[in-house]
Design a protein around this ligand. Structure first.
Ligand SMILES: Cc1ncc(C[n+]2csc(CCOP(=O)(O)OP(=O)(O)O)c2C)c(N)n1
Ligand code: SF4
Length: 269
C-alpha cells in the first residue's frame, strides 16, 4: 500500500478500541496526502491530547504531540515561523471546543492557514466518557447519568461565525468524501475546519445504546445527507454533509509578512 510510507510502523499496534472511528480518519487523511503528492518533509502535524490526538504518533511527518486544548496555539507558532509547510491539526471535540475553544475561535478569526480536523465522537473518549460541548441535550455520558442538560455546539456554524474560510462536515462512513474534503481543506489558503463525525462505540455508543461500530456508522449513513438535498426538505432533522464555506480572505501569515517588509523599510517620510 503506497500510504505505508506515511506511517511509523514501529508504533503499531495502535491504542484505539476495536471499531473506533479514528483509524478510519487516519486512513482517509493519508489518502488525501497521497493524492496531493505531499512528501513527509512538507507536512507538520500538531495535536493536543485525546484518542484522536494520538494520530500524530502514527504518522511519519514532523509531529508535535502537545497539551490538551493547545494544539492550535502550537500550530500557529509553527506556521508563522515556517509558512511554507503544510500544517494539519487533528483534534477531538473536547480538545477543540472545550478546553481549546478559545484557541479555536481565534485561529478561525485570524484566518491562519492551518487545517483543523475535528474528530467529533461527541464524548471525551480518552478519559472515560465524560460529556463534551458536542454531546448534545438529553444524551447520556459518564458525567451525565440522567442526560446532558446543555446544548451542543453546531461545529460548522460556530466555525463559520468565528471566521473560518473553509468549513466542511463529513463522516467515517463516507470515507471517499472525507478524503476528498480533507484534500480540499489542505489546499485552501486560510483556516480550514473539517468536522468528521466519528464513532466511539466504547463510550458514546455504549452509554447511548447505539449498538456496535457498524450500527453507529449506519446511523451516519442514514442520518446525514449532502448539502441542499431534497431529503433535507422532507426531513429537517437530517445533518448536512459537504463544504459549507469556501472563500478567499487575506491569510494571516501573508499579512504578517507584508507588515514585516514594511517595518524593515522604516517609517515612510
Ligand atoms: C490540561 C488537561 N486537562 C485535562 C486533561 C485530561 N484529558 C485528556 S484527553 C481529554 C478529553 C478527550 O476528549 P476529546 O478531546 O473529545 O478526544 P477523544 O479522546 O474523544 O478523541 C481530557 C479531558 C489533560 N490531559 N490535560
Ligand atoms: S475510547 Fe472511544 S474514542 Fe477512544 S479509542 Fe476507544 S472507541 Fe476510540
Amino acid at each position: 500500500m503506497a500510504m505505508k510510507k506515511y506511517l511509523r510502523e514501529r508504533f503499531f499496534p495502535h491504542i484505539w478500541c476495536p471499531g473506533c472511528g479514528h483509524g478510519t480518519v487516519l486512513n482517509g487523511m493519508l489518502r488525501a496526502f497521497e493524492k496531493l503528492g505531499l512528501s513527509r518533509n512538507e507536512v507538520v502535524m500538531v495535536s493536543g491530547i485525546g484518542c484522536s490526538a494520538r494520530i500524530t504518533g502514527y504518522v511519519d511527518f514532523h509531529t508535535l504531540h502537545t497539551l490538551h486544548g493547545r494544539a492550535l496555539a502550537f500550530a500557529t507558532g509553527v506556521k508563522m515561523s515556517l509558512p511554507g509547510l503544510t500544517v494539519v491539526v487533528p483534534m477531538g471535540d473536547g480538545d477543540a471546543l472545550a478546553i481549546g475553544g478559545n484557541h479555536f475561535i481565534h485561529a478561525a478569526r485570524r484566518n491562519i492557514d492551518l487545517t483543523a480536523l475535528v474528530l467529533n465522537n461527541r464524548i471525551y473518549g480518552m478519559t472515560g466518557g465524560q460529556y463534551s460541548p458536542a454531546t448534545g441535550y438529553g444524551c447520556l455520558a459518564t458525567t451525565a447519568p440522567f442526560g446532558v442538560i446543555d446544548h451542543g455546539f453546531d461545529i460548522v456554524r460556530l466555525s463559520e461565525a468565528a471566521g473560518a474560510t473553509f468549513v466542511a462536515r463529513t463522516t467515517t462512513y463516507h470515507v471517499q468524501e472525507m478524503s476528498d474534503i480533507i484534500g480540499q481543506a489542505i489546499l485552501h489558503e486560510g483556516f480550514s475546519v473539517v468536522e468528521i463525525m466519528s464513532q466511539c462505540p466504547t463510550y458514546f455508543g455504549r452509554k447511548n445504546r447505539q449498538g456496535d461500530a457498524v450500527e453507529m456508522m449506519r446511523r451516519f449513513k442514514e442520518n446525514t445527507t449532502p448539502i441542499g438535498s431534497r431529503d433535507k426538505a422532507d426531513n429537517p432533522d437530517l445533518i448536512e454533509r459537504g463544504i459549507f464555506v469556501q472563500k478567499e480572505l487575506p491569510e494571516y501569515c501573508s499579512e504578517y509578512q507584508k507588515m514585516m517588509d514594511q517595518a524593515m523599510k522604516g517609517p515612510s517620510p
